[in-house]
Design a protein around this ligand. Structure first.
Ligand code: UTP
Length: 301
């Protein structure tokens, strides 16, 4: 049995999925490299981790890791050109990505599911709690989530998932949580997790999103987790076992997030995310706001 008192220092970002919902764009690059306004989605996620002090980042990559590694690396020739031109803003924008934390990479091998990807982090993470961030879910930098989840992990000693309230008709697209309120606390206890339930079987309208703070006991459970839904080793199945079990490292808690979240996992939600984020940006927002109403009303092209 694993014990831990350490606070969270490491973030694991799985980026080895096949991204089939986004083909053909994701044929030769991971979906996490798709630009959202002017940065690849993955950069928002790494920035979120670094902002709460998770400077040690492990990406679980697949066959398309090259673009990711290049994005977070220096590009001396480009930097020299921008410097010679005196284009400080662009120079700083490209240097920002290469100055983010200490990024490590490990290959998943076969993409056998999110649970399998997380298990690949075992050696790097060791015996301490760690965060998992999925590149499909972007959390607005103006809102707090991960720091709250880290506090709840420290307080409870278990694992923590992030939840959002969705329309009942949407719940079958998510993992759904059967919860119990805990008096006086800003978090809930998870009794049970159900992966993508039909509306009538859903225990709540609380959906699991792509942020986790996990106790390392999850590795022992994942090691024994058989392939589940879709023939993949599901992180939800391992969390379900941690929620149901007793003892050190068991217990799963939920933080209900009511801030701004952008889903970039499929084509329509990705397009919405781009518009939502661009509308709030200082440079693109005014132009987009001017153009969009006329365009949607069919008045302008
Ligand atoms: P998804 O199921 O959303 O990703 O997994 P996917 O399989 O790439 O996408 P579709 O459904 O085919 O379009 C959630 C996260 O887990 C990672 C993905 O990269 C994504 O960030 N993942 C998934 C892995 O790293 N390895 C896997 O085997 C599966």
């Amino acid at each position: 049995m694993t014990t831990t008192n350490a606070s969270v220092r490491k973030a694991v970002i799985p980026v080895a999925g096949l991204g089939t919902r986004f083909l053909p764009a994701t044929k030769a690059m991971p979906k996490e490299m798709l630009p959202v306004v002017d940065k690849p989605a993955i950069q928002y996620v790494v920035e979120e981790a670094v902002k709460v002090g998770l400077n040690d980042i492990l990406m679980i990559t697949g066959r398309n890791k090259r673009a990711l590694e290049d994005h977070f690396d220096r590009v001396p020739a480009l930097e020299a050109t921008l410097e010679a031109k005196g284009d400080t803003a662009k120079l700083e924008s490209i240097q920002a990505a290469s100055n983010l934390g200490d990024i490590h990479y490990v290959r998943q091998g076969d993409p056998k599911g999110l649970g399998h990807a997380v298990l690949r982090a075992r050696q790097h993470v060791g015996n301490e709690p760690f965060a998992v961030l999925l590149g499909d879910d972007l959390i607005d930098a103006r809102d707090e989530l991960l720091s709250t989840m880290i506090e709840v992990q420290a307080k409870t000693g278990g694992s923590v998932v992030a939840l959002i309230e969705v329309e009942p008709s949407q719940i079958s697209a998510y993992g759904c949580a059967d919860i119990e309120e805990i008096d006086g606390e800003g978090y809930v206890r998870i009794n049970k997790l159900v992966e993508k339930p039909d509306i009538e079987d859903a225990p709540s309208n609380l959906a699991v999103i792509g942020r986790y703070v996990l106790h390392p006991e999850v590795f022992n459970v994942l090691d024994k987790t058989e392939p589940g839904r879709g023939g993949e080793i599901q992180l939800t199945d391992a969390l379900q076992e941690l929620a149901a079990g007793q003892g050190d490292g068991h217990g799963v808690y939920g933080v209900v997030f009511r801030g701004r979240r952008y889903d970039t996992g499929d084509k329509l939600s990705y397009l919405k995310a781009c518009v939502q984020l661009a509308i709030d940006s200082d440079d693109l927002g005014p132009g987009l706001r001017d153009w969009l109403p006329g365009f949607t009303a069919g008045l302008t092209k």
